[in-house]
Write a protein of this length. Structure first.
Length: 255
């Protein structure tokens, strides 16, 4: 076993065991019709959160306003000190565009830019699901489903990526997502915490993303954390506005 594989296995164990409730007392197989996951259903979603981005080189605190049209687009605005907008972005199924107001440029890319950040290939639907606490993949009879303590554990294999979801039996909500790429040894975990009512369903008021990757020819992990603390969440059937006017003098940068 390589050092990278060993490091990832240790990190995965630590991340999975960071809460006492996640340590299983017993394990038993569960059939697909024996459990329910309560996912967030919406046409439009509007949120405001405090975010912290942190890696070994920098730490950024900001306010994030985000609007989502289910299955269509994700709009966001990042504001830093004194409420100044530092960036505005729009994600669709085809592209990812960021208006960088600090450097007066427009960054245009495909969703591959998400893979560069999280070191994990995610489709638009999967990114949207990760941001709202929903399942990334539909559950099928081919998946491994077990009851472990107070949680259902769903293990799925999609090509080189293994995913695990821990679902609280009492609330039927996903509380932890683990994605591991068996080819690259990259690991992405998402913890969903501080659930609050949103209509008749619960919404996680805190999301904690942790990405573990490696530089070329190095066994030392590079760890990136992005924490979302939601202050306002609203779902509605009323169409939202997605303002996105690109200044004509900004430099276009395609990546």
């Amino acid at each position: 076993m390589s050092l990278n594989n060993l490091s990832v296995l240790i990190l995965a164990f630590l991340l999975l065991s960071c809460k006492k409730d996640f340590v299983p007392q017993e394990s038993s197989k569960v059939e697909i019709n024996e459990f329910v996951i309560k996912e967030l259903d919406y046409k439009f979603l509007s949120t405001k959160s405090k975010i912290q981005y942190k890696n070994e080189n920098q730490s950024i605190n900001a306010t994030l306003n985000m609007r989502i049209e289910n299955g269509e687009k994700i709009w966001f605005s990042v504001r830093v000190a004194l409420g100044v907008e530092a960036a505005r972005g729009l994600i669709t199924r085809d592209e990812f565009i960021i208006i960088d107001r600090v450097n007066k440029q427009v960054i245009q890319s495909s969703l591959d830019i998400v893979e560069k950040e999280f070191k994990m290939k995610l489709s638009f639907d999967q990114l949207e699901s990760a941001l709202t606490g929903n399942l990334l993949y539909n559950v099928s009879s081919k998946d491994e489903i077990r009851r472990e303590g107070n949680y259902f554990k769903i293990v799925q294999q999609k090509e080189s990526i293994q995913s695990q979801n821990l679902v609280n039996i009492k609330t039927s909500k996903i509380e932890k997502l683990i994605l591991f790429d068996e080819i690259t040894n990259y690991l992405l975990t998402v913890d969903y915490e501080n659930f609050k009512p949103l209509g008749k369903i619960l919404f996680p008021g805190r999301h904690l993303f942790t990405s573990v990757s490696y530089l070329d020819d190095s066994s030392v992990p590079v760890i990136t954390n992005i924490n979302f603390n939601f202050k306002e969440v609203e779902r509605t059937n009323r169409p939202l506005k997605f303002p996105f006017n690109i200044p004509s003098k900004y430099v276009l940068k395609k990546i």
